[in-house]
Design a protein around this ligand. Structure first.
Ligand code: ZN
Length: 151
């Protein structure tokens, strides 16, 4: 028989930026924009094997120190751009098949993206559009389709 006691774990309620010293508490939005890097250095590390390396940075210091190398992306914009590429691909394929009259590539693509497919394990193409790998997969899938599928 096991008897469990309720123990309270430690919860971080305040973070201090190691660079500028700004303090922020859980109730503030700045708190949730803090970045913490925590790792244990391994064999061959320039920080020394087994040493713990930690830093907490506010979003302003993060951008000021690492901004030049940070990859900042807008997921939605990225997804829209990828969808636009698919629409152009579909349009081109239909034009090449010689039967573009009355065909709406944007509409067809939207319907295609939301339809679950056996080839994708029963998932809809939309679920793959959030990553570059997924976008390439869907683009590839469309480009291999028979033009007859567009009717
Ligand atoms: Zn700071």
């Amino acid at each position: 028989m096991q008897r469990a006691d309720v123990e309270t774990g430690s919860v971080v309620n305040q973070i201090v930026c190691d660079r500028c010293g700004k303090e922020t508490t859980r109730s503030e939005t700045e708190f949730h924009e803090m970045t913490s890097i925590v790792f244990k250095a391994g064999y061959g590390s320039i920080f020394g094997d087994g040493n713990h390396v930690e830093i907490d940075l506010c979003q302003h210091c993060l951008r000021e120190t690492l901004g030049a190398w940070l990859r900042v992306r807008d997921d939605e914009t990225d997804r829209e751009r990828a969808t636009g590429r698919l629409v152009r691909l579909v349009q081109t394929m239909v034009e090449e098949s010689g039967n573009p009259v009355g065909f709406d590539a944007a509409q067809w693509t939207a319907a295609f993206l939301s339809r679950p497919m056996p080839a994708l394990g029963g998932k809809a193409p939309n679920e793959f559009m959030g990553t570059e790998e997924g976008q390439a997969l869907i683009e590839n899938l469309i480009s291999r389709m028979q033009t007859g599928a567009y009717s």
